[in-house]
Design a protein around this ligand. Structure first.
Ligand SMILES: [Zn+2]
Length: 314
């Protein structure tokens, strides 16, 4: 009703501030229901605001935190995911390719399970991301999924491969021959992406050393697409190229190495210089490449087939 409801959490209990600024104890779980097509807004001071389709369940946690779970129909979820994943200006066939993949991921996850809203699963910014051209792309491929030999595929996609995608089995260190539809595919279609060009960052040794040892790690082996497969740390310990990249992002922020095609060199005063191209892990569909393929006249099936070998949309 356009009146904000102010919630606070303390010792696992939820409190509501009423209009007289008095604090009233509520239950430990609050269920806010969607009315018609109105969306519910969540404002987390000072700056964060999201709007959501569907219902919200707000719970109080022991440490004074609030957990917010959005219960949303699969259709609204997919529309808002595709709109969050693909920027305005993305051609329709690329939106459809993304919508098929997002539905396939949901099919594999099962709609009863909770999903996160970060790019670890799929970016989900809620109803504010909604765009009419995305809604019509989702409508035209609604109910379609990507299959390999009768089974829905495991879904991988990323922003920019910057030259080629990686074979999943080799890159993720899986049993040889697993996920055969993720082969190395050459791709220069993503050259309009800002991540096509190298991102260069220097991390002082004093910051780098506690996480990875005193010195520049050595890349022992790369795959066909140029991604590190094996990285040896200065302390002698070896990590897969993917695990090293994940730890790098978790330790210093994802902006330090947005892509997995990275070089490691030594900078001033022993600092570690990381130069990377691309954005994301580099397996499966390249989103910037998909947009370019659509501009060149490819339809969503051809786009999906470019990055997923021998798969079919059903
Ligand atoms: Zn690409």
């Amino acid at each position: 009703m356009n009146r904000p409801l102010r919630l606070e959490s303390e010792d696992g209990k939820l409190y509501i501030r009423n209009s007289k600024k008095e604090r009233v104890q509520g239950t430990s779980l609050l269920h806010l229901r969607e009315i018609g097509r109105h969306t519910l807004a969540v404002v987390v001071p000072p700056a964060s605001q999201r709007r959501y389709h569907g219902d919200l369940f707000i719970g109080a946690e022991r440490q004074g935190a609030l957990t917010i779970v959005n219960s949303v129909t699969p259709n609204d979820y997919i529309k808002d995911v595709v709109a969050s994943e693909m920027p305005p200006g993305t051609p329709g066939e690329a939106l459809k390719a993304q919508a098929v993949l997002s539905q396939t991921l949901l099919l594999r996850t099962g709609s009863r399970n909770d999903l996160g809203d970060s790019t670890e699963q799929q970016s989900y910014l809620g109803a504010a991301a909604e765009r009419p051209e995305v809604n019509s792309a989702v409508r035209s491929v609604w109910g379609k999924h990507l299959y390999y030999q009768g089974l829905p595929v495991i879904v991988y996609y990323h922003s920019t491969c910057a030259g080629g995608t990686s074979e999943a089995a080799q890159y993720f260190g899986l049993k040889s021959g697993s996920l055969p539809y993720f082969k190395h595919v050459a791709c220069s279609k993503c050259s309009a992406s800002p991540f096509w060009h190298p991102t260069r960052n220097e991390i002082p040794l004093s910051v780098f050393a506690p996480a990875f040892g005193e010195g520049v790690p050595t890349i022992l082996k790369r795959d066909e697409a140029g991604r590190a497969l094996s990285v040896k740390l200065a302390n002698g310990k070896a990590l897969s190229g993917y695990d090293f990249w994940m730890r790098l992002g978790q330790s210093f922020g994802w902006d330090k190495a947005p892509g997995t095609r990275y070089q490691l060199t030594s900078g001033r005063d022993g600092a570690v210089v990381i130069e990377s191209t691309g954005a994301g892990h580099g397996v499966g569909l390249c989103q910037w490449g998909a947009s370019q393929l659509a501009r060149e006249g490819k339809d969503f099936r051809a786009i999906l087939n470019y990055y997923y070998s021998n798969c079919e949309v059903l």
